[in-house]
Design a protein. Sequence first.
Length: 320
Amino acid sequence: MILGHHRQLQLLDLHMRSGAMSHAYLFLGPRHVGKMTVARRMAAALLCEKRNTKPEALFSCGVCPSCGMFQKQTHPDVSVVDTEATGEMLRLEDIRWIREQAYMSAYGGTRIFFLCDVSRMTREAANAFLKILEEPRGRVVFFLLASVADDVFPTIRSRTWQVRFWPLSEDCIAAGLQETCGITREKAMVAARLSFGLPGAAVQLAVLPEACSVETEEQKHIAALLDASIALRMKYADLLREKPEEMQKWFTKTISHLAGAVHIGLKGSDREVLAAADRARGLRGRGRQRRHRTVHRRDPSLRGRRVRAAPRQRDRPGAG
């Protein structure tokens, strides 16, 4: 079951049933918001041998041979490249492998590729992948996932259909958790509040009770640090500097915390909303600067070059 994102599901179902499928979709939104879940739902519908038997959006029967292989992750037409899990950059040799797989004949008529976090792509890889997008062979569908559109090469963005995913309301997540996880309303609301609108995070918090306690303590620590003196903040920054992985985690957690404060502040005074938004904007800028420095270290081809921020691009009409 997918929590929320009804507009996106209806749009993608319309594409599939009307025969107006794009060969490349770029799903944008924060981690754990449900991008991969929706992508897998659409892929299952595309591969299902009985997908047109029911009017349900992105329906797949779950019992045909194709659905069985997809559920067991053994379908020969499905390939996954997950740089988000490995922490590595998507390099030229990865794109060459994707091209070889894309040009092979499909078992069920359509080859499907999941590329998780296409923002982690070298320039050489982006140029090679661009050729694949410009000249697709046969029936192939790429699901590209990223958190922020500006972090994806503009040449890649311009050749995809962009679909945006937003955090959900606490009530929507809580209702979904009650139905899928069989927990009480009280526990569902706690998990929904701590997840800051991210269904994937909410499910983890619901099935792992100890995770709620850990998340609560981390958010208390972040809130206390944001109100601490400059000296204490600098001291903590020195500790984070020695652990880049922890620094990235801290930025992600803090931005989520401030985003939640903005949502809560919308029900309160304007001053609270502006304060939280200003803090989030400042952290976002520092996080992006650090990200560019990390890319330069990992990709030797970018050393010595100036990297300009990619221009913002509007959603295409009808994108969720």
